[in-house]
Design a protein around this ligand. Structure first.
Ligand code: NAP
Ligand code: F7E
Length: 322
């Protein structure tokens, strides 16, 4: 039985990746952080089948002990301070966890588990102020936030450890991917949560920032399949994972509100504090190499994504209202 170790198992992607690996027959280990309140909500439904360990990318000693104890065949580094807006408020912390955290882990893989295959959770935010459209694996990076700068550092550290030490280390450059388990401060979930609550009479207004930003939004459940597929390749490599379609925040907003029979213009306020000092205006990914080499393709399109997220949040708000 293959063993996988997932950092960030309590996050959106960690939960879907755990399900996928369990279905494939893996023994799944993951790191969790001690918090003053429960933080395993996304994995509670499978928690009896998981092996959870306290761990933090800031804590080299604990991570080293974990690698030596678990001896994973595959390591998925999903842990990060992953919020772009927050990274402007906590730039050094974000650099430490999201950038240096990956390097710390790579160094531990090199010394404690050199045979393990390593996946680095890269991001389309690295393309930032895009230098070409669509963005592909050969598009130069132009990061626009401390988060994106940290991810660029993690990306090149992964490439360097592959080339310098022969690690089987791969970067997935994933475009935005969402789900009913998405964190509630990311724009898609913030919108669908508000739609559910407005419809249930629990909320009246929704404050948003820039509505004209364009994103290539996919479904997280589809994207974790690509992470696993990368580590099954004989040779490690870097892949862009995207749907190949781009939509504005306003289009997401319009679709979600109309799904619930509401008009967004009657409920949404503009709040300048939600703008970023430097914005990423347009993301659109070219994932053809992943489709050809990994046999990967997304099953959900934009409309399905918005509708499923909205439906789930309508049900959640109805439960809250009761
Ligand atoms: P997420 O929901 O924010 O989850 C982040 C995970 O990292 C959580 O489990 C969190 O633990 C953990 N974490 C944070 N700081 C940590 C630390 N110092 N040590 C150990 N664990 C720590 O993110 P996601 O959406 O699942 O994304 C997964 C990864 O893909 C992230 O690296 C993200 O930057 C990257 N990414 C995401 C997208 C996307 O659209 N979702 C696109 C491209 C790349 P707690 O639960 O304890 O906070
Ligand atoms: O913003 C605009 C905002 O925070 C999307 C992370 O998973 O994907 C995510 O980063 C857009 C931006 O995602 C609000 O200005 C307007 O243009 O949902 P987001 P993100 O910044 O694209 C990438 C690929 C990652 O790697 C990251 O980890 O929406 N926007 N009004 C807003 N955004 C938020 N959060 N809140 C608003 O009220």
């Amino acid at each position: 039985m293959k063993k996988a170790l997932i950092t960030g198992i309590t996050g959106q992607d960690g939960s879907y990746l755990s399900e996928h690996l369990l279905n494939l027959g893996y023994e799944v280990h993951g790191t969790i952080r001690r918090a003053s309140s429960f933080n395993t909500g996304r994995i509670d439904h499978i928690i009896d089948r998981l092996h959870l360990h306290y761990g933090d990318l800031m804590d080299v000693t604990a991570m080293a002990q974990l690698l030596l104890k678990v001896k994973p065949d595959e390591i998925y580094n999903l842990a990060a301070q992953s919020h772009v807006r927050v990274s402007f408020d906590q730039p050094v912390y974000t650099g430490d966890v999201t950038g240096l955290g990956a390097l710390r882990l790579l160094e531990l893989v090199r010394t404690c588990a050199p045979e393990a295959r390593y996946y680095q959770a890269g991001s389309s935010e690295m393309f930032g102020k895009v230098l070409e459209t669509p963005q592909s694996i050969t598009t130069p990076f132009y990061p626009r936030s401390p988060y994106a700068c940290a991810k660029v550092f993690a990306h090149y550290s992964t490439v360097n450890y592959r080339e310098a030490y022969g690690l089987h280390a791969s970067n997935g450059i994933l475009f935005n991917h969402e789900s009913p388990r998405r964190g509630e401060t990311f724009v898609t979930r913030k919108i669908t949560r508000a739609v559910g609550r407005i419809r249930a009479g629990l909320q009246r207004r929704l404050s948003l920032g820039n509505l004209s930003a364009k994103r290539d939004w996919g479904f997280a459940g589809d994207y974790v399949r690509a992470m696993h597929a990368m580590l099954q390749q004989d040779k490690p490599g870097d892949f862009v994972i995207a749907t190949g379609e781009t939509w504005t925040v306003e289009q997401f907003l319009g679709r979600s509100f109309s799904y619930a029979g509401l008009n967004w213009r009657e409920h949404v306020d503009y709040d300048a504090r939600l703008e970023r000092p430097t914005e990423v205006d347009l993301l659109l990914g070219d994932s053809r190499p992943a489709r050809e080499k990994l046999g990967w393709k997304p099953n959900w399109d934009f409309y399905m994504l918005v509708d499923e997220m909205t439906k789930a949040d309508i049900l959640l708000a109805e439960r809250e209202a009761r």
